[in-house]
Design a protein around this ligand. Structure first.
Ligand SMILES: *Cc1c(COP(=O)(O)O)cnc(C)c1O
Length: 369
């Protein structure tokens, strides 16, 4: 059957998203969704937009949404690109801005969609190792490259580097594009959007999926010099004139304008994250410092994949990556306080009733690896 497939897609490795099973009473902490509902104003705007105008195509440029994003950051709409989730924007970015003679650089432990885009568009990349504590070092990226992609905070580690560090990277890189994927920045990171005016090679990508609780609406945006935005627009216009539908455009505008709901829910997530990190540490987990809406944690004596399975039996989903260096970690999205409390109770139960079946390498062994 595969002989009907285009040659160029035969070896492609797709991205695997976290599972979305239809199990009732599930505590779903595996895909970094926001546990709180979206802004009531966004829901009202979407309902209001569900009218007879749906017979008409939406604005292909998403002008109203671009204006709102531009106003938020004191820029012009020419500095803004909008897309069907930031994943789509990242795909266009790899295609339009990162295919060069030299390899694109991103961390070895990072968003696993990046190598997938490289495969799709035939882009060479070089994975730059995080240090033994799974942190990014800017010096490692100060070398000839075809572009740099850094999620900040990084995923799945949750660790962030400061704006000063990224400024150092931008000052040391002038011949290539630096993409900062700020999917989680609203949970405690420092955005580099203020640097866009000074660095024409900087592209910042954000999403409404996490901090605005709208993963289901599929809206993201990018901010950068108009020449970078023009490249994205060109690729988009060769692919899909209307990536954002009428409901998404209206809902996104209303969500971005509801500052009060945004502040309340993100502060709630940040407070729950700190509480959960403390509780997990007292249960024997090593928890990386996180500026995101998730924690990356490893137990001192219990195998991560076994723990994930035990949680799943009790209707709690967390994410485990069977990958070198991180296969003893669990990535746990921060839920409501009640969900976090259930997780802690369940872990306490599992840890007290499970014999230590698998020897897990200790810290010293890990550092040697
Ligand atoms: C969730 C996520 C995205 C994509 O989000 P969209 O829902 O496509 O906007 C992009 N980058 C990282 C690092 C993410 O975790």
């Amino acid at each position: 059957m595969n002989d009907l497939w285009s040659e160029c897609i035969r070896g492609l490795e797709p991205y695997t998203p976290g599972e979305q099973p239809a199990i009732p009473h599930l505590i779903k902490l595996n895909t970094n969704e926001n546990p709180y509902p979206p802004s009531p104003m966004a829901l009202a705007a979407i309902r209001q937009a569900a009218n007879e105008d749906l017979r008409l195509y939406p604005d292909p440029e998403g002008r109203e949404l671009k204006q709102v994003v531009a106003d938020m950051h004191g820029l012009s709409p020419g500095h803004v690109f909008v897309g069907n989730g930031s994943d789509e924007i990242l795909a266009h970015t790899f295609h339009a801005l990162l295919k060069h003679r030299r390899p694109v650089l991103f961390p070895d432990i990072s968003y696993s969609f990046y190598p997938v885009y490289c495969g799709l568009y035939g882009i060479e990349y070089s994975a730059v190792p995080l240090d033994a504590d799974l942190q990014v070092h800017i010096e490692d990226y100060l070398r000839p490259n075809g572009g740099v992609v850094l999620p900040n905070p990084n995923a799945p580690t949750g660790s962030a580097v400061g704006r000063g560090e990224l400024k150092r990277l931008l000052e040391g890189t002038d011949g290539s594009v630096v993409v900062v994927d700020e999917a989680y920045v609203d949970f405690g990171g420092e955005s580099v959007i203020p640097l866009v005016a000074d660095f024409p090679n900087l592209l910042v990508v954000q999403t409404l999926s996490k901090s605005r609780s709208l993963a289901g609406l599929r809206v993201g945006f990018a901010v950068g010099h108009p020449s970078l935005i023009d490249a994205l627009t060109l690729v988009k216009s060769c692919f899909n004139s209307y990536p954002l539908d009428r409901l998404a455009l209206k809902g996104a505008v209303a969500a971005l304008c509801d500052q009060e709901h945004f502040e309340y829910t993100r502060n709630q997530v940040i407070a729950s994250r700190e509480w959960l990190a403390h509780e997990l540490r007292s249960l024997g987990f090593h928890v990386l410092p996180s500026q995101a809406n998730f924690l990356f944690a490893r137990h001192a004596s219990h195998d991560a994949s076994a723990l994930q399975k035990r949680l799943r039996e009790r209707n709690i989903l967390v994410r485990h990556f069977a990958k070198p260096r991180i296969d003893q970690f669990l990535r746990i999205s921060v839920g409501t306080d009640a969900q976090c409390q259930s997780l802690v109770n369940t872990f306490r139960d599992i840890l007290s009733t499970t014999r230590i079946a698998n020897a897990v390498p200790n810290d010293t062994d890990l550092k040697k690896m």
